[in-house]
Design a protein around this ligand. Structure first.
Ligand code: NDP
Length: 496
């Protein structure tokens, strides 16, 4: 990596613990979304580079990683990586903010949380075990949990380091090797993570990092016969393509895709707390999160006042430069995402929904992909604004009259990632939680994300779960072993 005042250069890929030039010699030009200027050039992997990375990862599956290093030592390596992430949190946060535009107050927290993920799964590394299966006195049967093999991890651009930890930590804890492809829009921080992986002392080929374009490097990884499993976060249409390609080799796949998360506020809730959490949950990360509370439903008696307060609080969110520690939300990560958000704002205006705040470019920010937090009330629940994932800071607020109606509206979407409800009625809390069709339902808070808590979607929001000890199932194959203990001759059905 070289650096001038204007430009960082990451001119190597990380393959087999070597820093290698990309086969094509090409670079990805990464744009700082707050200035719209190229701030980094990053080596671009093509099919040959992916092939080399998979070969290194396969070789590592028969090397010291599998033959010498004990599960407890694997855990120690993960703990070391966690320690290095904490040490370098400020530096990595600055790079991540430059690449994807999130404020440093968010990215710093993401680095520390990524360290927590590695810490959690470090503890799991030597506790992954099979079970004895009772089959009677004449045999001993048990299951073994073996690594799946080479894991291809494909990342989106919204939280690269955080989501790297969601994939790397359990995959490595279970003894797999990984080829990691970050998104073309945010390729830098994954290579920074690779430096820490090298420093931590993981054996060659255990982790390989190949920035590149989805249809080239991503596609090559998915199609590669040497890759056993793909773990992907991103759009469901991409997941569909990946699933079709992965069918060729019957790869294991897990997908974490988009969402249109419902946030139900019953009139008996603590409305002040519900308001504070709603504002953060709807607008954090400039709306670029799969688990955004992007549909807020409020029970009619509380609707007008809650909606007015929501708009007031949204109008006071500080939109600014990611480097400014006072900034609440930064720019969109890309011009494309800004254009997408604007198109939904235009649509909401044309559809005649009540625009309570936002809708334009924040004052004083003439460059960069900035947009104001925007609140539309009285949105038609069947409209595109209430049905489609904007991935921007555009909130749709709608009233409801009955619990049954609230549940029906919450579930009236093709997505099913996260849902939240606010009520002081404990019976209703459990009743509604049971009916909401999402992989995570929170009551009187929103979207708790913890390494111990399984996370993933119903419906078009994905397949499989990340996090929680359950995710280790997705990174292991179960092998049943049956040992015959009998001393008598085997039955011979073919004798007579
Ligand atoms: P994508 O699904 O296109 O990208 C996610 C990752 O998949 C990227 O690394 C991308 O590569 C890669 N990819 C693209 N095509 C292929 C392919 N054919 N085979 C293998 N890998 C591929 O999402 P975007 O980043 O373009 O974002 C688009 C939308 O997705 C957003 O507007 C949002 O709605 C949603 N999204 C959801 C996220 C979530 O957390 N659930 C995160 C990010 C986006 P590359 O980008 O390098 O081309």
């Amino acid at each position: 990596m070289t650096e001038t005042a204007q430009m960082r250069r990451y001119d190597r890929l990380y393959i087999g613990s070597e820093w290698v030039e990309p086969h094509s010699g090409r670079v990805i030009r990464s744009i700082d979304p707050s200035t719209e200027a190229v701030w980094a050039e990053v080596a671009e992997a093509d099919e040959q580079d992916v092939d080399a990375a998979v070969a290194a990862a396969r070789a590592a599956m028969t090397g010291p990683w599998r033959t010498k290093i004990t599960p407890t030592q694997r855990g120690a390596l993960l703990l070391k990586l966690a320690e290095l992430l904490r040490r370098d949190a400020d530096r990595l946060a600055a790079i991540e903010s430059r690449d994807n535009g999130k404020p440093v107050r968010d990215t710093r927290g993401e680095m520390l949380r990524a360290a927590d993920w590695f810490t959690f799964f470090a503890g799991a590394a030597d506790k992954i075990r099979g079970a004895e299966v009772p089959v009677g006195a004449s045999a001993h049967a048990y299951t073994r949990r073996q690594p799946v093999g080479v894991v291809g991890a494909i990342l989106p651009w919204n939280s690269p380091i955080s989501l790297s930890s969601w994939k790397l930590a359990p995959a490595l804890a279970a003894g797999n090797t990984v080829v990691l492809k970050p998104a073309e829009l945010t390729p830098a921080s994954a290579l920074e993570l690779a430096k820490l992986i090298e420093e931590a002392g993981f054996p060659p080929g255990v982790v390989n990092v190949v920035p590149g374009f989805g249809p080239v490097a991503g596609q090559a990884l998915v199609a590669h016969p040497g890759v056993n499993k793909i773990t992907f976060t991103g759009e469901h249409r991409t997941a569909q393509k990946i699933m079709a390609t992965a069918a060729g080799t019957l790869k294991r796949v897990s997908f974490e895709c988009g969402g249109k998360s419902p946030y139900l506020v019953f009139a008996d809730a603590d409305l002040d707390r519900a308001l504070t959490v709603a504002v953060h949950s709807a607008f954090r990360s400039t709306g670029q999160s799969c688990s955004l509370a992007s549909r807020v439903f409020v029970e009619r008696p509380a609707y007008e006042e809650f909606t007015k307060n929501l708009a007031d609080r949204a109008s006071r969110i500080r939109v600014g430069l990611p480097t400014d520690p006072r900034t609440h939300i930064g720019p969109h990560t890309s011009a494309e995402q800004l254009a997408k958000t604007r198109s939904y704002i235009d649509y909401g205006k044309e559809a005649g929904f009540r625009l309570l705040t936002g809708g334009g470019r924040p004052a004083g920010l003439d460059r960069g992909y900035f947009v104001e937090p925007t609140v539309f009330a009285d949105v038609d629940p069947a409209s595109r604004l209430a049905q489609e994932e904007v991935f921007g800071p555009v909130l749709a607020v709608m009233p409801f009259d009955t619990e049954a109606e609230a549940v029906a509206m919450a579930n009236d979407t093709r997505y099913g990632l996260v849902g939240g409800l606010w009520t002081s009625d404990v019976s209703r809390a459990h009743r509604v939680a049971a009916q909401i069709e999402t992989g995570l339902v929170s009551v009187n808070t929103f979207r708790p994300i913890l390494p111990a808590l399984p996370y993933g979607g119903f419906k078009m929001s994905g397949i499989g779960r990340e996090n929680g000890l359950e995710v280790l199932d997705a990174y292991t194959e179960t092998k049943a072993v049956y040992v015959d203990l009998s001393t008598t001759d085997p039955a011979d059905p073919f004798r007579d």
